[in-house]
Write a protein that binds this ligand. Structure first.
Ligand SMILES: [Zn+2]
Length: 140
């Protein structure tokens, strides 16, 4: 996939979600649209983190929210283009757990890292490449 354009509104909203969820991980869905062959991420829809385990290190997007968005967007021009989550007290690097949970290879993974409440947020955008043992995240 071609590196996505990410609007300032998306970065602002993900930043806010990461701050609000701290010290747990925030998560949500990125809505995109294709503009001249490029994916433009135009909205970030926050989800509850429904991970059953330690939500400071794990996230799971509410499947009901994801399904509702997919239904609502099925006729285009907007579509589910990826996901976001945060790494409280971490880096933007995707974890092994993130890779295991990344099923849609064409989706963008936006990761927001923050050191603590009130701290600045840094972003990394990734996509999955390769298969089998060479399957990995690459920075977009
Ligand atoms: Zn992660």
């Amino acid at each position: 996939m071609i590196a996505p354009d990410i609007t300032a509104a998306v970065l602002r909203d993900v930043s806010r979600a990461a701050q609000a969820a701290f010290p747990e991980e925030c998560c949500g869905v990125l809505i995109g649209r294709r503009v001249a062959g490029r994916v433009s991420l135009i909205a970030a829809i926050a989800s509850r983190n429904v991970a059953g385990g330690n939500r400071r290190r794990r996230f799971e997007i509410d499947p009901a929210l994801l399904l509702a968005l997919q239904r609502r967007l099925r006729h285009g021009p907007y579509f589910v283009a990826g996901y976001f989550h945060s790494h409280p007290r971490g880096t933007t690097r995707p974890s092994r757990h993130d890779l295991a949970g990344a099923h849609q290879d064409h989706h963008v993974w936006l990761i927001a890292a923050l050191a603590g409440p009130g701290h600045g947020v840094t972003f990394g955008a990734y996509a999955v490449r390769g298969t089998g043992a060479s399957r990995r995240f690459v920075a977009l």
